[in-house]
Design a protein around this ligand. Sequence first.
Ligand SMILES: NC(=O)c1ccc[n+]([C@@H]2O[C@H](COP(=O)([O-])OP(=O)(O)OC[C@H]3O[C@@H](n4cnc5c(N)ncnc54)[C@H](O)[C@@H]3O)[C@@H](O)[C@H]2O)c1
Length: 320
Amino acid sequence: MNVNSIKQVACIGGGVIGSSWAIQFAMKGLDVTLYDINEEQLKKSSDQMHKSLEALVQYNAITAQQCAELVARVNLTTSIEEAVRGARFIQESGPERLEIKQSILAQVEESAAEDAIYASSTSGLLISDIAAKAAHPERCVGAHPYNPPHLIPLVELTSGEKTDPEILQTAYDFYQSIGKEAVLLRKECPGFIANRLQLALYREVQDLVMRGVCSVEDVDKALVYGPGLRWAIFGHNMIMQLGNPGGLTGMVQMLGNSGDKWLADMASWTHQPDNWAEVAQPGVDAEMARFPEHIGHTNAECAAYRDQMLIELLKLHRKL
Ligand SMILES: NC(=O)c1ccc[n+]([C@@H]2O[C@H](COP(=O)([O-])OP(=O)(O)OC[C@H]3O[C@@H](n4cnc5c(N)ncnc54)[C@H](O)[C@@H]3O)[C@@H](O)[C@H]2O)c1
């Protein structure tokens, strides 16, 4: 399938992720139909989309007129049949329960075009299991977004045992064509890539604090004003490449085995500390209390600051 032939997309499930996917597809000029189980849920989806788009207007990423046009591009329906009719690409973002995802797929297959691609936003289920009872498992891929998908470019693609490699490639090309940054998992792997990286780092964050090496506030500061700034630009391998005149190879030779001692001393536990929230919450509260005025001191103020900075960063990355 040529990705340019994908003009209409169905979003199945319009919660946090589904309503954000709908905005993403609409922003790229696609016609979107969003399905949810009842009118009450659709009202919530609609409110969520308005809120997300208003933030984009507020931070000058889109105009008020564009906001209205985007809302008009998303049709809302409580009929799966209507949602998938004419759609070449179906993005499922229903609840994270295998039996529900299998049932959604069965309903979609009753009405969808035979050549439609089915992409599940699942965070943790295997696409092989979701498609286990499907009539066309070869058309199913895992497409895990990062929240919120209309802002964060990453989408992690997985294939099941029966996924057609050409379908996976088309899904990859489609996401790239709408400005997403797709990555491919060559094997099914719990937690995919990004969440595993995040958890590996968080284990060390927790360990440094629990061992009394540093405060909650300082471990956050070390991340934000150190590696976090560079990681917002390039990945770790590229940071290595640029860190030495000899590139990554020169950097590896320069560092030698100097990190082995650190590795031996670092956290390797496989159960998170039960009292972590108890330890960390007062530290986070103190951190927020000391933020400068332009960041703010409440969750709402800090979340608005985060969203604004994210939008500015995406503009610098030419992703908005
Ligand atoms: N929230 C995140 O940060 C995040 C990030 C990446 C991926 N995901 C994945 O995205 C999916 C959706 O997560 P969410 O956070 O949007 O959940 P959510 O609870 O906000 O949304 C789920 C939506 O599915 C609807 N729904 C319920 N039963 C349904 C059915 N039978 N058919 C269709 N829709 C139905 C609900 O009404 C709700 O609107 C999950 O698979 C989750 O793992 C979530």
